[in-house]
Design a protein around this ligand. Structure first.
Ligand SMILES: [Zn+2]
Length: 693
């Protein structure tokens, strides 16, 4: 297994290299990630490249048995380059020019910048083509941050639109340009969607996000092609950002052109950070790499994490449990200069090894001993959560309610499943879904014929599809769905949305705060639709009969043969369908017309898992988190105790503890903030094979 650290060797004197390399080797590390921000050191002047400093560092790493994951640093241009053409600094949405000094503020459509970046990639790749100490290439860092709205981007956007729509009448029709008189009669009239007095057309804003994603992927492709054109076949990768927020980049398309999916994991203590790992696994549907694994938390601009004893070790197991086959910590040592001096590191500012170093020595040693049982295993998710970048961008443009973000709706399913030991995977809506038994589509706002057909096929063949509120609303141009597209969606769900509205339009509500002032909230509406709505469930659906609901109401009107699983209980909505099921082929579509409370989501998770015949490896009440990696005849259970109390669980079958060299048959303790790894050498296991003691 690959375990190591990120090391900005350009920030330390070369006398540190042998000391650091030796300490890394003594920790049991075998990989080091370097170089991704070192443009000004690789190319200090336009016509002068310098590699000796990195050659020296790589030499020390090799001498200590460490392989190098080498970054190609194209996202922070050195000042001499910016001085050539300051128009390479991005133009923000408000029309202002970005200042120099941060990161990611360079226009990827600027020819001066692109040419210089291509030359740097070629120089670095050519110099290290025959360097055996390099195991692979790390392209850039966190692609997808920053959007430019400059004139060069406008020209590139016009060309992109010509490719997509071919004629202006077609563009105007697809965009709905007639609204507010924005029908274009020449391509050059189309500008970047900068800030205006009111709002830009959502169709234009969405296309601009897509355009910029394509621009970024082309930029990454340039680097990948340059490396490969030199006959270099070592793996290519880049790191996805660690937050689950929507980025300006379609990660699925980006990763299709790369060899290994990799992500940062800066916030493993959060559900958002864990969901990001399940997103990373969904990129290639196989083990991924965590290349910025949290040691002791973020510190820019405020300290965000307390890393108690045991946390860095447990977060490492958590990452492996979600499907990582390589863990590279950020950072080797806390930096003493620059913009990230208070981010966590394995070594302290003064370079002294302390408890983090000791803890990760232990972790690396354990994982190398565990590798024979982990190698070849994977998480093998049976539940997919649809993740459409297009939908998330569209929701970004028009959220409709502060609590309807994709991340929140996805999390409302993800957390109850996680509590039951179920690992989900965030899936591209157009991917083959046949590997899942259950697919959840949170806020699938936009649809296109390919996605509807893909979901229909999944259900026809026996899958269970869950559709939430705000799904099937719009076409791929961010206009309300109509015609054949709408009919195909209604054929899938069997439903028409007769009415929809936010639920908490009352003074002091989040909606009121979201709108900026109470005066803007329609008080008459708040009286018509009071908070406190509930659903009443049919026999055989959720066990408690009635549940409060929140945030959003859609009144579902059956259009085809559907079974109503729940109706609204109050106000004029009483009796209208709130949850409905349509059976198609061997499968079913369950549509939720509202947002369920936490208790209801828990019960719904049990009901869905039973309907889909997905086994729960653990009872949700056990008090430990369980992640399972599987191979054909082996299951590896990773038990994590995130609490400050020892937890006891019971295994219903004998399992071996490979680290202790013992066999567990019955009760086992998971220490405070600790980890336990248990192995079952067979393919299947009974439901709830791990229970509370
Ligand atoms: Zn630009």
């Amino acid at each position: 297994m690959l375990i190591g650290a990120s090391y900005y060797s350009e920030c330390w004197p070369s006398t540190n290299y042998p000391v650091d390399a030796k300490l890394m080797a003594q920790a049991g590390f075998n990989v080091v990630r370097m170089g991704e921000f070192a443009w000004s050191r690789f190319q200090p002047e336009p016509d002068r490249y310098e590699f000796e400093w990195m050659d020296t560092c790589i030499g020390h790493m090799k001498a200590n048995g460490l392989k190098v994951l080498l970054g190609i640093p194209t996202r922070v241009a050195p000042p001499w380059l910016v001085a050539r053409d300051r128009s390479m600094l991005i133009v923000n949405q408000d029309g202002s020019r970005a200042a120099y000094g941060g990161r990611y503020e360079f226009c990827l459509n600027n020819p001066t910048f692109r040419k210089a970046a291509a030359a740097l990639v070629h120089a670095v790749a050519a110099h290290y083509r025959d360097e055996t100490g390099i195991l692979g290439w790390h392209l850039d860092n966190e692609y997808g941050v920053g959007i430019c709205y400059c004139e060069k981007c406008a020209a590139a956007f016009q060309a992109w639109l010509r490719d997509r729509y071919e004629t202006l009448p077609e563009l105007n029709r697809r965009w709905g340009s007639v609204y507010w008189s924005t029908e274009y009669t020449a391509w050059e009239q189309i500008d970047t969607p900068r800030a205006t007095e009111n709002r830009q057309n959502p169709a234009v804003v969405l296309d601009y996000r897509r355009f910029f994603s394509d621009v970024t992927i082309r930029f990454a492709r340039m680097a990948a092609d340059t490396v490969q054109s030199l006959g270099d076949s070592r793996p290519l990768m880049t790191n996805m950002h660690s937050s689950f927020a929507p980025h300006n980049l379609d990660y699925y398309t980006l990763n299709r052109g790369l060899d290994i999916a990799a992500t940062n994991n800066n916030f493993p203590q959060t559900d958002s950070g864990q969901m990001n790992l399940d997103l990373a696994h969904g990129m290639k549907r196989k083990p991924f790499w965590s290349v910025e694994q949290c040691v002791s938390g973020g510190g820019v601009p405020v300290m965000t994490t307390i890393s108690r004893p045991g946390d860095a070790r447990r977060w490492t197991y958590l990452t492996v449990g979600h499907g990582a086959d390589a863990v590279i910590y950020w950072a080797w040592r806390r930096y003493t200069l620059g913009q990230e001096q208070f981010w966590g590191g394995i070594l302290a500012h003064d370079g002294e090894p302390g408890r983090f170093y000791d803890e990760l020595c232990q972790t690396a040693s354990e994982l190398q001993r565990l590798w024979p049982v982990l190698e070849g295993t994977d998480v093998r998710p049976e539940v997919g959560i649809i993740n459409s970048h297009d939908c998330r961008w569209a929701l970004d443009v028009e959220l409709n309610h502060p609590d309807l973000a994709y991340e929140r709706l996805a999390h409302s399913f993800w957390r109850p499943l996680r509590d039951r030991g179920i690992t989900c995977e965030f899936a591209d809506p157009e991917a083959d879904l046949s590997r899942y038994r259950l697919v959840i589509a949170p806020a699938l706002l936009l649809i296109n014929p390919g996605i509807v057909a893909n979901l229909h096929r999944f259900v026809q063949e026996g899958g269970i599809l869950v559709v939430t509120v705000r799904s099937g609303v719009k076409d791929w141009n961010n206009k309300i769905a109509s015609g054949d597209l709408l009919q195909s969606w209604r054929a899938l769900t069997g439903l028409r949305i007769a009415e929809f509205f936010p639920l908490d339009l009352h003074p002091g509500s989040r909606t009121a705060q979201f709108m900026g002032s109470y005066e803007q909230v329609n008080v008459a509406s708040s009286r018509s639709h009071p908070a406190g709505q509930e659903i009443v469930t049919a026999d055989g659906f959720l066990p408690h009969g009635a549940y409060p609901v929140e945030t959003w109401i859609e009144l579902l009107e059956p259009q085809a043969e559907v079974e109503v699983l729940a109706t609204y209980g109050r106000d004029y909505c009483a009796g209208a369908a709130a949850v409905a099921r349509r059976r198609i082929g061997a499968g079913q579509v369950v549509t939720l017309g509202t947002v369920l409370s936490k208790d209801a989501q828990d019960d719904l998770a049990d009901w869905l898992l039973a309907e889909a015949s997905v086994q729960q490896p653990i009872r949700a009440t056990a008090g430990v988190e369980v992640l399972v990696r599987r191979a054909a005849a082996r299951q590896v259970f990773i038990l994590l105790n995130h609490t400050d109390e020892a937890q006891s669980i019971r295994t219903r079958m004998p399992m071996r503890d490979p680290l202790a060299g013992t066999v567990i048959d019955g009760q086992v303790d998971v220490l405070v903030r600790g980890v336990r790894v248990l192995v079952l050498d067979q393919a299947g296991a009974p439901e709830h094979v791990i229970e509370p003691a």
